[in-house]
Design a protein around this ligand. Structure first.
Ligand code: ADP
Length: 611
């Protein structure tokens, strides 16, 4: 009888192992032995997966009868940069503390939860007491959290594009820097952006017959923002953009050698980073800062709260640390605010939404932004006497995923392939030129049924990738994206129409009319940019809505990134760079100009601050 029970147990266990894992425990005998001796776990290696941001995250957990021996991430397609911290930290913490009571990493919550869920399901199979692991009470004395006080030449608030560019250039000039970042990961909106960068570049433009110059770029940027921006600042942006590109290349960022016209860029001068989304920029900055040793420190989970003002000059920052401790940072030279805009702060965007361009921007309106982009730096600077400018200038973008608002889950052509896509509404009809201004496209989109459109693309053009090799901008495999409803794919337009719920004949006619417009070089919407006809399947439809994307207003600065007060006087010790500033992009920021802003003004702020 005893033998029979053992066999039965072995069979049951084998079956349950197979359900969870590809890699069965080393031997069933060990497993049975553990079971009989009241062990905490059934010794073995277990694998399981859980859904992350871009697909499944597969983990392997090894346990012996008393403890969790190791946690390994076997496979994932999560976005590099954003997912690095949870992938490293969470397995380490689980093993070190023998617990499932592990905090998610702020800014990488979905990946964190996927790792924890997959580990939990392995441990269920290993017979662990999951409740005990999740509620593990630390019997040790609570760690006393001491307040922190530090000094550096330059203190930077915000580790997004502008803050990190400033840190690189300030340290290049010999200054020591401390960067504080309120999330658990660096990158802000920059890392989830399309990574596109505008600048005149004769070597790439001339062979394509494109005439350009910094003057023309500045004129288009200023006029594209309805001449609301400060032309002096626009000139700083546009005349230094090419040097900025060279600087980025010098620190290791790689760009495509194909020039394109990014979404809302209005001209063919857009460069695309070869890395996923904006990850290439952030990785290059972080690598560069890591090479600077103790000259550069980044403090994560540290939120800037206010500026220390002494005799009218800004001399430091008060922040709150990861465990609630007070962090006081003294700046020998300058403080740089680089906290981004306020698109993720519903209260602020409602307060300042007075331009008349948009309806209510309440909580039901999506944003493309990461959760940390809440206007903190604007408030901190304003409290210290800085003037604000163009606060009512808010940009909506038509590239938001209808489920999440994020713009990351798009095929590469949605952002930099403006010449090879069309937009159709839920009836399968075009309604706007696709190469126009962002505000015009969004204004028209908001009038369509459900405020919803589909970006339609085909496999035409010499840059068309094989469907199986295609990933979305953030690294999601296209098949995964299709399974999640982030894109729809069909061999024919008729089939595609069925999937997106419009009349097949209508969609076919729409595409035929567009293909005639490609021959004619014009259409009734005023589109100017044409390259390929949409002929070759499979066809892809990407659903998109308008979402709050960029806030053009912010801290008033001069040409050296110094913050100005209400009388136009420089506030000593205070600089600002990136989306947190106002006065550059006017009423409508051109696509591909945001990263230029973070690079040109971020780098400049670092240089000025290090003086
Ligand atoms: P930009 O494009 O101007 O560089 P980003 O959005 O890329 O702006 O980056 C801004 C960064 O600032 C984000 O990483 C965000 O989490 C961080 N941040 C915002 N508010 C604070 C704050 N109060 N303290 C520290 N970091 C902050």
């Amino acid at each position: 009888m005893k033998k029979f029970i053992s066999i039965l147990l072995a069979v049951v266990l084998s079956v349950s192992m197979i359900a969870c894992s590809n890699d069965t425990p080393t031997s069933n005998e060990t497993t049975i032995g553990s079971e009989q001796s009241n062990a905490a776990y059934k010794t073995g290696k277990y694998t399981s997966s859980a859904k992350g941001n871009n697909g499944d995250v597969k983990v392997e957990v090894e346990v012996d009868d008393a403890k969790i021996v190791s946690v390994k991430i076997l496979e994932h397609s999560e976005t590099p940069g954003i997912s690095d911290s949870p992938i490293k930290q969470i397995p380490e913490t689980i093993v070190a503390n023998q617990t499932l009571a592990v905090d998610t990493v702020a800014g990488a919550t979905v990946t964190s939860k996927a790792i924890l869920a997959a580990v939990e399901s392995c441990l269920v199979e290993a017979g662990a007491d999951i409740n005990a692991l999740k509620n593990k009470v630390d019997n040790k004395e609570p760690v006393k959290v001491n307040d922190v006080e530090k000094t550096a030449d330059v203190v930077i608030v915000g580790a997004g594009g502008a803050g990190l560019a400033a840190a690189v250039s300030a340290t290049d000039k010999g200054a020591s820097v401390i960067v504080i970042e309120k999330m658990g990961v660096a990158g802000g909106n920059t890392i989830v952006s399309g990574g596109i960068y505008n600048c005149p570049d004769p070597a790439l433009q001339k062979p394509e017959g494109i005439e350009d110059s910094p003057e023309f770029y500045a004129k288009q940027t200023w006029e594209g923002g309805d001449k609301v921006g400060n032309k002096e600042l626009v000139d700083v942006l546009c005349f230094n953009a090419y040097d900025g590109l060279e600087w980025l290349k010098s620190i290791g960022i790689k760009f495509s050698d194909k020039i394109s016209q990014g979404a809302g860029s209005l001209y063919r001068r857009t460069h695309s980073s070869l890395d996923k989304a904006g990850t290439g920029y952030i990785k290059a900055y972080l690598d560069n800062l890591a090479s600077k040793g103790d000259k550069a420190e980044i403090m994560y989970n540290t939120k800037g709260e206010s500026l220390i003002v002494d005799n009218g000059a800004v001399v430091g920052v008060i922040a709150t640390g990861a465990n609630g401790e007070k962090v006081t940072l003294h700046a020998n030279k300058n403080v740089i605010i680089a906290t981004g805009g306020f698109s993720a702060n519903v209260e602020m965007r409602q307060k300042y939404n007075t331009s008349g361009k948009w309806p209510e921007l309440g909580a039901d309106v999506l944003t493309t932004n990461t959760p940390g982009i809440t206007g903190d730096g604007i408030k901190m600077a304003n409290d210290a006497g800085a003037d604000l400018v163009d606060m009512e200038q808010i940009q909506m973008l038509y590239l938001a995923n209808p489920k999440t608002g994020a713009m990351t889950k798009y095929t590469p052509r949605c952002l930099a392939g403006t010449d090879k896509i069309i937009f159709v509404n839920t009836s399968g009809e075009r309604f706007v030129r696709e190469d126009g201004r962002r505000d015009e496209i969004c204004g028209n989109l908001l009038k369509q049924d459900k405020g919803l459109m589909y970006i339609i693309e085909s496999m035409d053009g010499d840059d068309a990738k094989k469907l199986d090799e295609m990933t979305l901008a953030d690294g999601t495999p296209i098949k995964e994206a299709e399974a999640n409803g982030d894109v729809f794919i069909s061999d024919t337009l008729e089939e595609l129409a069925g999937k997106i719920g419009c009349d097949p004949a209508k969609l076919k006619t729409t595409v035929e009319e567009f293909n005639k417009a490609v021959d004619a070089g014009k259409d009734k919407f005023g589109r100017e940019l044409y390259s390929v006809k949409l002929i070759t399947g499979p066809f892809i439809a990407t659903p998109r809505m308008a979402a709050v994307h960029h806030t053009m207003g912010g801290i008033k600065i001069n040409k050296e990134c110094q913050a100005l007060d209400k009388d136009g006087k420089v506030i000593k010790g205070l600089l600002a760079a990136g989306e947190v500033t106002g006065g550059i992009h006017g009423a409508n920021r051109l696509g591909g100009n945001a990263i230029v802003d973070t690079v040109v003004f971020g780098k400049l702020a670092g240089e000025v601050a290090a003086r």
